[in-house]
Design a protein around this ligand. Structure first.
Ligand code: SAH
Ligand code: SF4
Length: 341
């Protein structure tokens, strides 16, 4: 009989598995707490479970883990990239960035990505498959276990479009933020989307308390259509409206990410338009100088990045430049693509 992988099952999932074994429901809560609150992944170490129940679990269930296949540390930044192998042999990447006051992990949500943004290495892979909730949360558990680092912040900005795998992502984020689960503060979990408008609405309507980031990357539809083909379906104006509905309903601030591409979206006119587009919103802007991939694009010079920044800095909207960490190990934004390894 094939064993059931219970890593990533939420309370409901564990309850239905437990009842299929003919066991009492409170057992589900015990398993939940062992796996996610205490990080114990071996049934034999779950000491408050009776011996017969533990052997039943050993016969019927597994707690499947990611396999570490490579770990690379940057020479320049306190950044480490982890390459993990999944049960079916697929590979995903996670990146840990250690700062003095916090440690942030950037996790993947899919193998590849279907959105096909032209400046992104993951985009060139196409989509292979969604990650399960267990594969999403285990990136955090494994990196904590491997490094001993107490991670404080989680950003879903690795491989994949998180909202393209909405249900699994939400199950994972619920376990990550559950105070009797992995106990991360909801405001310390950021979900970044390229702009799947129906999912932004759903996220708003469900009252999700994780933070939202939007990859805007252009100020006109003609440029965004070329950079991010999904813009043809969900153009800038509708995107901004959906974000405004979110900020008004939740009273939360959104982050806009804007990859700076030399000669494409980095003109002073772009900065002006960006100010106009976002000036009325409760938001901040992260300018991300382009990191080299296999594409045709170039990073603007430092002085034009500075000019763009200064133009924006005069507006009401707070602006920061996100100098990606770990670009010497291809761990920067948009550089994750496991078929390149
Ligand atoms: N798919 C999601 C999250 C992962 S991408 C999204 O697109 O939002 C995380 C961020 O990296 C996005 O803001 C994206 O615009 C940016 N990015 C992609 N490729 C990049 C590159 N080559 N250089 C710098 N940033 C890049
Ligand atoms: Fe996918 Fe985000 Fe890369 Fe676009 S930028 S291809 S949505 S991972």
């Amino acid at each position: 009989m094939k064993k059931t992988n219970i890593n990533g099952l939420d309370r409901e999932g564990l309850e239905s598995f437990i009842s299929s074994l003919g066991e009492k429901r409170f057992r589900a809560q015990q398993l939940y707490s062992w796996m996610y609150e205490k990080g114990v992944m071996d049934f034999e170490e779950m000491t408050n479970l009776s011996k017969p129940f533990r052997s039943k679990l050993n016969e019927t269930a597994t707690i499947s883990r990611l396999k570490l296949s490579q770990q690379l540390s940057s020479q320049k930044d306190p950044t480490t990239k982890f390459l993990f192998e999944l049960d079916d042999g697929q590979k995903i990447e996670s990146v840990l960035m250690v700062y003095p006051a916090r440690s942030t992990i950037c996790i993947s949500t899919q193998v590849g990505c279907a959105i096909d943004c032209k400046f992104c290495a993951t985009g060139t892979m196409g989509l292979t498959r969604n990650l399960s909730p267990g594969e999403i949360i285990d990136q955090v558990a494994m990196v904590q276990q491997i490094t001993g680092e107490k991670i404080s912040n989680i950003v879903c900005m690795g491989m994949g479009e998180p909202f393209h795998n909405y249900d699994n992502l939400m199950t994972a984020c619920d376990i990550l933020s559950d105070d009797v689960g992995m106990n991360f503060a909801k405001r310390h979990i950021v979900v970044s989307t390229s702009g799947l408008i129906p999912k932004i609405h759903q996220f708003t309507e469900e009252g999700r308390k994780f933070r939202l980031a939007i990859s805007l990357n252009a100020t006109t539809d003609s440029v965004r259509d070329k950079l991010m083909p999904l813009n043809k379906k969900w153009p800038i104006r509708e995107l901004i409206e959906s974000v405004q509905a979110y900020t008004e309903a939740t009273k939360r601030r959104v982050t806009f990410e804007y990859v700076l591409l030399n000669g494409v979206n980095d003109s002073i006119e772009d900065a002006e338009r960006l100010k106009k587009l976002l000036g009325h919103l409760s938001c901040k802007i992260n300018l991300i100088p382009y990191n080299a991939t296999f594409g045709e694009y170039k990073r603007p010079t430092d002085s034009s990045i500075q000019q763009f920044y200064e133009k924006m800095a005069g507006s009401k909207v707070p602006v920061t430049v996100r100098w990606s960490k770990g670009d010497d190990i291809d761990a920067g934004c948009g550089q994750l693509a496991t078929n390149a390894n």
